[in-house]
Design a protein around this ligand. Structure first.
Ligand code: PMP
Length: 451
């Protein structure tokens, strides 16, 4: 066995890593010391290079250490690093709010800042509940969420998630939402297309709201792609119907665009593809191009206005110390600037086509049961027997094996269970794409050899 790099030894003596069974380090799960980033690449202390096909947990948009964003942060740091946002304001927070409202679906009018995705979800849940109360409606205490959804790890956000691995242990502590079936096209019935599947699931939502609508604050959804749930994708028809049903029952619609916002699904925000506007929209991750923790909740004027009163209790007394941090806002403004100057969405459409042609070829592997794409998200569903839809035994940890194999080929894949996916930084170039495809294919072939 090769000696562990010094940084890894020191790390394993003091750190507790996120989303990690620490016992698996370093034997089962290698620990990669990263010295620097460059474009879509992570460069190790020993000079080894790994292509970051997962954009560092879906945060990075334009590459690691992107100079325009780095410079904006450095300049802001020399001017104003932070000031509390209660009773104070600053140019980056205001300008960013103006920009976000310009870009967002119509009808959103206020921006509330937090500093990570889970916190944004907490804010949206509390705002929805509180807005109903402020109108004098105290019956609404529940949330509706989708099967297989993911909205974060804090207790409120975890409550409206449905991934057993994350939720089960904490279930006794959590709110009990109402679960409605995900319109996930992978679960379509035989002969049913994605749209018919979406509309059938929307009928179930209609029945649920018929029965419980008066007690529901909000429906929360990851528009178009349930990312942590295995990059499961649905037809926008479900969102359109969900919007109508929410309106009919006085229920708020919360769009969690934390993972899918900022161009991931091909449009700036996923909701645009359904032509709908939510009442509350949660943003984070890509908002700063992957440089700084920042989240924003965009709210409708109707929600906002319920909080205006002489009473402090009717106000939204929620706060985070780093709300609207100027460095994070400066990073976000530089990120939005790049969307304009580099015509990113048009460029991504071309990049996505190139990736898709490799994706379709790789999907010929006999263990790939489904290959799906939404904009710059590509997913391969691995199964022991695709025809019978038989998964691999979980004990085989096929995804983990492919993760390890991919690392040996200079690629960070990080499958979700047995779902492999690509969600690369938008700056990925032709050489990078060629490497991504070759290394993905080699890693799959190493773990699941076929003729
Ligand atoms: N919502 C969605 C859709 C997410 O994908 C995530 C993170 N993967 C979150 C919320 C939580 O964000 P954070 O990790 O920043 O708390």
């Amino acid at each position: 066995m090769t000696a562990l790099p010094d940084l890894c030894r020191r790390d394993l003596a003091v750190l507790w890593h996120p989303c990690t069974q620490m016992r698996e380090h370093p034997g089962i799960m290698p620990l990669l010391p990263v010295a620097r980033g460059e474009g879509a690449w992570l460069i190790g202390q020993d000079g080894t290079r790994h292509l970051d096909a997962v954009s560092s947990w879906w945060t990075n948009l334009f590459g690691h250490a992107e100079p325009r964003i780095a410079t904006a942060i450095a300049q802001q740091a020399m001017t104003l690093e932070h000031v509390l946002l209660a009773g104070f304001t600053h140019e980056p927070a205001v300008r960013l709010a103006e920009r976000l409202l310009d870009l967002a679906p119509p009808g959103l009018a206020r921006v509330f800042y937090a500093d990570n995705g889970s916190a944004a979800v907490e804010v949206a849940l509390k705002m929805s509940f509180h807005a109903h109360r402020n109108r004098g409606d105290t019956r609404r205490t529940r949330f509706v969420t989708l099967s297989n959804s993911y909205h974060g790890e804090t207790l409120g956000a975890l409550s409206v998630g449905d991934i057993p691995l994350y939720r089960r242990t904490y279930a006794p502590l959590l709110l009990e939402p109402l679960f409605t079936p995900s319109p996930d096209a992978f679960n379509a019935l035989p002969g049913e297309d994605a749209e018919a599947c979406a509309l059938r699931c929307a009928d179930e939502l209609a029945t649920m709201l018929e029965q419980h609508g008066e007690t529901v604050c909000a429906l929360i959804v990851e528009p178009l792609v349930q990312c942590a749930g295995g990059m499961r994708m649905h037809h926008p028809a479900w969102l359109r119907r969900a919007r109508e049903l929410c309106d009919a029952h006085g229920v708020h619609l919360i769009a969690d665009e934390i993972a899918v916002g900022f161009g991931r699904t091909g449009t700036m925000f996923a909701c645009e593809q359904a032509g709908i506007a939510p009442d509350l929209m949660c943003l984070s991750k890509g908002i700063t191009g992957g440089f700084m923790p920042l989240a924003a909740v965009l709210a409708s004027p109707t929600i906002y206005e319920t909080f205006l009163d002489d009473s402090r209790e009717r106000a939204f007394l929620h706060s985070h110390s780093y709300s609207g941090n100027p460095l994070a806002c400066a990073a976000a403004l530089a990120t939005l600037g790049i969307f304009d100057s580099d015509d990113v969405l048009a460029r991504n459409a071309v990049t996505a086509d190139k990736l898709a042609s490799h994706g379709r070829r790789i999907a010929q592997h006999p263990n790939i049961a489904d290959y799906r794409q939404s904009g710059m998200i590509f997913a391969f569903e691995l199964m022991a027997d695709p025809a019978a839809l038989t998964p691999f035994p979980t004990s085989e940890r096929i995804g983990l094996q492919i993760y390890r194999a991919a690392l040996r080929h200079g690629l960070v894949l990080r499958p979700l269970g047995d779902v492999l996916y690509w969600m690369p930084p938008y700056c990925i170039n032709d050489d990078d794409i060629a490497h991504l495809a070759t290394a993905t294919q080699a890693a799959i072939q190493e773990v699941l050899p076929c003729a």
